[in-house]
Design a protein. Structure first.
Lengths: 96, 296
């Protein structure tokens, strides 16, 4: 297990996260905080938020491991999303 | 047979020649029967010894006694009476014989019943043993299953714990080492080391374009990607992503093999073509030589 956060993985995750949030949720990329609540960012639209997360899955070539339209239960803040995709991608790349 | 009895029978023959013949025949028959009966008796005695099922042989003894009476002295005039009595006794004997036959049958039946009971008993015993074995086997299997289940359970717990550890570890790193709290995603991306910061900026742009392009394509097709149906349909695509990849890889391998095969065939064809050309050239040269020197 690596003791340090992998910069490459984090870079890919953050880039995909921002791209999806900006394009799907229509947010300003300069104003997305790690503490922001995803419900607010998605304006309570779970379909829209689900689609954004699917975009991230596709961009990072990851598989879904949860039921669609359960994203508001699974993720509370942007930080949760970043953590989730970091772990998934790092695991896929054999870093974790 | 005694001398007196012979004389009695002689007289009897004179007085009743026909009856004498009948009696003689019957006596012979009776002797034969007696021999058979003796055999049977021996058999029955043996049965008795063996199975202790036939205990009463008094009937047989009485018949034996009857036969013995023939040795006794009897007056000529009593011969006819004796004959009558003898016939009666023979009938009695025959009845007794029948009785014996019945006994024997009964014995056979008893024996058959005994065998049946024994077989049944054996069967029951076998069933009992089988049942016990089955029970033991089931108990063993259950114990083995329980053990395996526990092992799998332990492993599952360990795996789950390991995964949970990994996730919490990773989360811990993100939260504490990188301290994302209160930060902007964009800023954090730009804070990465030069190499990855540049990659982050480039990638964000590239991925945004990709999403946008797909969005435009979808809208042209009248498809709303963020609709509920769209989300579910897309999730199915994502869930089958790995399978598609796996199939593509397999087809990739097949294609490689096919390419190798085609390459081999192509080279073989080329070699054949080359040899054919060389042969034709040789022939042409040979013809040329012949034409140059027609006398050869």
């Amino acid at each position: 297990m690596s003791n340090e956060l992998n910069e490459e993985v984090l870079s890919d995750v953050l880039a995909a996260l921002l791209a999806a949030f900006v394009q799907r949720l229509g947010v300003d990329k300069n104003n997305v905080n790690f503490d922001d609540e995803v419900k607010k960012l998605a304006k309570e639209d779970e379909n829209l938020f689900s689609r954004a997360l699917m975009d991230i899955h596709e961009l990072l070539e990851l598989e879904l491991d949860y039921m669609p339209l359960t994203e508001f239960e699974k993720f509370s803040t942007v930080s949760d999303v970043a953590e989730y995709f970091y772990v998934e991608l790092a695991t896929k790349r054999g870093i974790l | 047979m005694s001398k007196d009895l012979n004389e009695a029978l002689k007289k009897f023959k004179e007085l009743f020649p026909d009856q004498h013949k009948t009696l003689t025949d019957e006596m012979h028959a009776l002797k034969k029967d007696a021999a058979y009966i003796e055999d049977d008796r021996q058999t029955i005695v043996q049965w008795e010894k063996d199975s202790k099922k036939l205990k009463n042989l008094t009937e047989y003894k009485s018949v034996q006694k009857l036969l013995d009476t023939l040795d006794e002295r009897q007056p000529e005039k009593k011969a006819a009476k004796t004959f009558s009595s003898f016939t009666q006794k023979i009938n009695q004997y025959l009845m007794k014989e029948e009785h014996y036959a019945q006994k024997a049958n009964q014995y056979y039946q008893n024996d058959a019943q005994f065998q049946t009971d024994r077989t049944q008993s054996l069967f029951q015993r076998a069933a009992q043993i089988g049942s016990t074995k089955l029970k033991r086997s089931l108990i063993d299997k259950k114990a083995s299953f329980d053990m395996k289940k526990d092992m799998v359970g332990d492993k599952a717990i360990t795996t789950t714990e390991e995964v949970a550890d990994k996730v919490s570890y990773a989360k811990g790193i993100i939260k504490e080492t990188w301290n994302l709290t209160g930060k902007k995603v964009w800023d954090k991306g730009k804070e990465l080391t030069n190499q990855f910061s540049a990659k982050f900026l480039e990638k964000e742009k590239q991925l945004s374009t990709k999403i946008l392009r797909e969005e435009i394509k979808a809208s042209r097709e009248g498809f709303v990607p963020s609709s509920k149906d769209g989300v579910v349909a897309r999730s199915v695509v994502l869930a089958t992503f790995k399978m598609t990849n796996s199939i593509s890889k397999r087809f990739g391998k097949i294609n490689e093999k096919a390419k190798e095969a085609f390459q081999y065939l192509h080279e073989s064809g080329k070699n054949a073509q080359k040899k054919s050309q060389e042969k034709r050239l040789e022939e042409r040269l040979a013809r040329g030589t012949r034409y140059a020197n027609p006398e050869r």
